[in-house]
Ligand binder design. Structure first.
Ligand SMILES: [Cu+2]
Length: 160
């Protein structure tokens, strides 16, 4: 049983492309991922947000196609957009394009990762790990340090 579990774990680890972090920047092929964080939540909060910066130093566009985390039942890629006079968020069904030579920032009030159905509250000082999958660059685990609940808080409400 333990051997089976070990084999399963080894297989799971092999799926993740090796990534190299220098000074807090994770390099995944031509992508540089930095500035990751999430915000502390209240106990029993249903959702949390994830924020980070993705720089594409390559000559081809890539696309963040999915995000998963054991911290939540489902993790989605969201954008904030005006609908009439109201700022609303919605899931990006086709993922988030990272154009060649450009930097895309996921930040409060804009693009973000959305943790839906938290398995436990996010506590300041702890870390949440999210696995990001890019169309071309592959898959990487990113740790999001949990900052205060007000870290870079968006001006508009963030309600579902
Ligand atoms: Cu959202």
């Amino acid at each position: 049983m333990i051997r089976l579990l070990r084999t399963a774990l080894a297989a799971a680890i092999l799926i993740v492309t090796p990534a190299f972090a220098h000074n807090g920047v994770i390099h995944l092929g031509p992508l540089n991922i930095s500035g990751s964080f999430t915000r502390a939540t209240l106990p029993n909060a249903p959702v949390g947000g994830g924020f980070l910066t993705i720089e594409n130093t390559g000559t081809e566009a890539d696309r963040l196609v999915s995000a998963t985390s054991s911290a939540a039942k489902e993790t989605q890629i969201h954008e904030m957009a005006m609908e009439g006079d109201v700022m609303k968020m919605r899931a990006l069904a086709d993922g988030l394009e990272i154009p060649a030579g450009e930097t895309v920032t996921l930040a409060p009030g804009g693009f973000h990762l959305m943790f839906m159905g938290l398995n436990q509250a996010f506590v300041e000082g702890e870390k949440v790990t999210v696995t990001l999958t890019f169309e071309k660059a592959g898959t990487v685990d990113v740790e999001l340090p949990v900052m205060t609940s007000a870290a870079d808080a968006p001006a508009a409400g963030h309600a579902h």
